[in-house]
Design a protein around this ligand. Structure first.
Ligand SMILES: [Fe+2]
Ligand SMILES: [Fe+2]
Length: 218
């Protein structure tokens, strides 16, 4: 049975993440390597755990979220699909089963922001991925050298996901340093991602709430 530890240790996965991050670094984009993979995987798994989903589903979400951007190695455009195909290629055909295909379809839809994620696994992946606005992902800590996207990241000093099962709520709490960027800048850059988190939360039968510096915006 496919496990997260197996995928995390897989040399091809490690290589893809390393070179995907090199490619994004050369374009001046934020970190897209093993740190983003691990953050997304941890959050995806935790969200399903907190909502009471079974351990296998948590594990599948964790795997899908870990590898969701490996296709960025090939290019940003269409990377959700290339990530899905590259994941399929590292699994021997004799291991293909419902779990593998559930992972593949979750990876493949993770940038389809106009639609609801295809499954609970995909929804958890989206929440892990699209909430990763940690300042550590900015390539430099000097705002002078960053574009607006980079500055917004640099300003996000704290990112917390709080799941309240009894109220069926998924809350995103951000601490933004408004000396670096305004709250409006955050919305300008991350509105589409925020809406996608809302769609993903709907799939999990939850409301999505956004708090910035303790003020509720959504
Ligand atoms: Fe992506
Ligand atoms: Fe991502």
């Amino acid at each position: 049975m496919l496990t997260f530890e197996e995928i995390k240790k897989n040399v091809e996965v490690q290589t893809y993440l390393k070179y995907a991050d090199y490619a994004f670094s050369s374009m001046g984009h934020k970190e897209h390597g093993s740190s983003h993979a691990l953050y997304s995987a941890t959050v995806a798994c935790q969200v399903l755990k907190d909502l009471g989903y079974d351990e296998r589903k948590q594990e599948l979400a964790k795997i899908a979220a870990y590898v969701h951007d490996i296709g960025s190695l090939i290019g940003k455009e269409g990377h959700a699909q290339s990530s899905a195909v590259m994941f399929l290629n590292i699994i021997n055909e004799d291991r293909y089963d419902d779990d593998v295909f559930a992972i593949v379809s979750a990876i493949g839809c993770h940038e389809d922001k106009a639609f609801a994620p295809v499954s609970e696994i995909a929804a958890a992946l989206v929440i892990g991925d699209k909430t990763d606005t940690r300042y550590e992902r900015a390539r430099t800590k000097d705002p002078f050298y960053l574009d607006k996207h980079g500055k917004v990241l640099l300003a996000c000093k704290k990112v917390d996901i709080v799941v309240k099962k009894e109220k069926m709520k998924i809350e995103l709490h951000l601490k933004i340093d408004t000396m670096i960027c305004s709250v409006m800048d955050y919305f300008e850059i991350f509105m589409a991602r925020t809406n996608y988190c809302k769609k993903a939360s709907d799939v999990l039968k939850c409301n999505f709430e956004l708090y910035i510096n303790e003020d509720k915006f959504l």
